[in-house]
Design a protein. Structure first.
Length: 286
């Protein structure tokens, strides 16, 4: 388990998402979703930038092998909360975190936990594709492992596996020596996903992964998310509510650093419990 390793409508809301779920998406009973094992359990998480409190006591369970979307208006703390889940928030000068984030029951903020090892188990894909410009496609995939000092037994097989999981292998298998930045924007983002997957994480964090992509590239990344959820626990921050409806099993709505509502995505978008959630989903603010 990862813990062991890191220790050594109310009013027409349904119209917002009507018809946006992709073909082949199977609805699942809410009971089945809620019965999923919790992979990450955030408990009363607070986060500051200096004296500014950006996250105000958020508690949120993240189920294993599901996709959880985090939505909310700009500046509500979505990305900050996401970075708290793999200890990236604390690398910002003057930033700090309080509360607990349990990964398989182990608090990743425990003094005996190495944050570098946490980030191997909780990988991250950023908003803008960021392949290393001086590296080939092959070396971009292997970069994370090499930077972590991991001995690679069979680099060729690992590159093929990671690129295959990222649905990129067939497109680049004959040009692995070309620069990663020679690829299109959508391919670059999938290359970054492959780089994260090469580390074999338990959890994949995705911070607005499609915001810089065109609709065709976005569709490919969304299809990839559906495939990856069979192997990984995925948390995606998105400003696009239709995207959240298409790709996620659960949705959490953050506003001004606080968790307003968390439910299955179907329930959230068809019958939200909180008036503020309904107001946001129907475009009354944000």
């Amino acid at each position: 388990m990862a813990a062991e390793a890191i220790a050594a409508t109310r009013g027409g809301v349904s119209g917002v998402v009507s018809g946006v779920r992709p073909p082949g998406r199977k609805s699942e009973p809410s009971a089945d979703l809620w019965d999923s094992k919790t992979k990450i359990d955030a408990r009363k998480v607070h986060a500051w930038f200096g004296t500014l409190e950006a996250i105000k006591g958020v508690s949120l369970p993240i189920p294993e092998h599901r996709v959880t979307a985090i939505i909310g208006p700009s500046g509500c703390g979505k990305s900050t909360f996401l970075r708290c889940l793999n200890r990236m928030h604390e690398v910002v000068l003057g930033a700090r975190v309080a509360g607990e984030v349990l990964l398989d029951g182990q608090d990743i903020y425990s003094p005996r936990v190495n944050p570098v090892r946490v980030r191997r188990h909780v990988g991250m894909v950023f908003q803008k594709p960021n392949p290393f410009p001086t590296m080939s496609i092959r070396d971009n995939v292997l970069a994370g492992l090499r930077l972590n000092g991991v001995r690679i037994q069979d680099p060729a097989a690992l590159v093929e596996r990671a690129l295959g999981q990222a649905a990129l292998w067939e497109e680049v298998k004959d040009v692995l020596d070309k620069s990663g930045v020679s690829l299109s924007g959508g391919q670059q983002q999938r290359l970054c996903i492959a780089r994260a997957l090469a580390l074999e994480p338990d959890v994949l964090l995705m911070d607005e992964p499609c915001s810089a992509l065109d609709p065709i590239a976005t569709a490919k990344v969304e299809e990839l998310i559906h495939e990856l959820r069979e192997r990984y626990t995925i948390i995606i921050v998105t400003h696009n509510m239709q995207q959240a409806a298409r790709v996620s099993d659960f949705t959490a709505f953050l506003y001004q650093g606080e968790l307003v509502e968390h439910d299955t995505t179907d329930a959230m978008f068809t019958k939200p419990k909180k008036q503020k959630t309904e107001d946001y989903l129907t475009g009354r603010f944000g």
